[in-house]
Design a protein around this ligand. Structure first.
Ligand code: GDP
Ligand code: MG
Length: 166
């Protein structure tokens, strides 16, 4: 089995940290080979039973001008072309406006989305529960998982969840 995955989320939620940890976890190839004109392979994670190809896709931001609107369109089109979307968020007691904006874009795609709650090492259990519940209520996510990209916590479980969707 093999499939394409992309990671989206606000700046500073830990997307790069997560990618680096995933590369460290299993044998991975970093490649600059373009996949399509807009998707570039960022790394390939090889397991005995499956291969996960992470694509570098344009980030989603609230557009401030026409070009921004076009870039958001490109980003959301890209999300339709992958097998799994990882939507990374970090700590907090509620869903902030930046995350809401991204969720609005995710509503229009049929691709399964895994919500990755990162930085659990910083979160109190109560905070985690509140946030978890808020995201669960949205009904937007195939699955929700708490991880610490920094400490490498729960990454095998995340990889397993992705592989089940390929
Ligand atoms: P990106 O902008 O989404 O790519 O975020 P980065 O990967 O650059 O991370 C932004 C900041 O969050 C950095 O200072 C990271 O060290 C920190 N960070 C990332 N993951 C974690 C985590 O699991 N726990 C904690 N405490 N900090 C994290
Ligand atoms: Mg980054």
């Amino acid at each position: 089995r093999s499939g394409f995955v992309t990671i989206v989320g606000r700046p500073n939620v830990g997307k790069s940290t997560l990618m680096n940890q995933l590369i460290g976890e299993k044998i991975a190839i970093i490649s600059d080979k373009p996949q399509t004109t807009r998707n570039k392979i960022q790394c390939i994670l090889n397991d005995e039973d499956f291969q996960i190809i992470f694509l570098d896709t344009p980030g989603i931001h609230k557009p401030k001008h026409k070009l921004g609107e076009y870039m958001v369109k490109v980003a959301s089109d890209t999300l339709k072309e992958v097998d799994v979307v990882l939507f990374v968020v970090d700590e907090g007691t509620h869903i902030g406006p930046g995350d809401r904006f991204i969720m609005d874009q995710l509503e229009n795609i049929k691709t399964p989305i895994i919500l990755v709650m990162n930085k659990i090492d910083k979160m109190k259990q109560e905070e985690f529960n509140l946030l978890y519940e808020a995201y669960r209520e949205s009904g937007l996510f195939h699955d929700i998982i708490g991880i610490s990209a920094l400490e490498g916590a729960n990454l095998n479980s995340l990889i397993h969840k992705i592989s089940e969707l390929l």
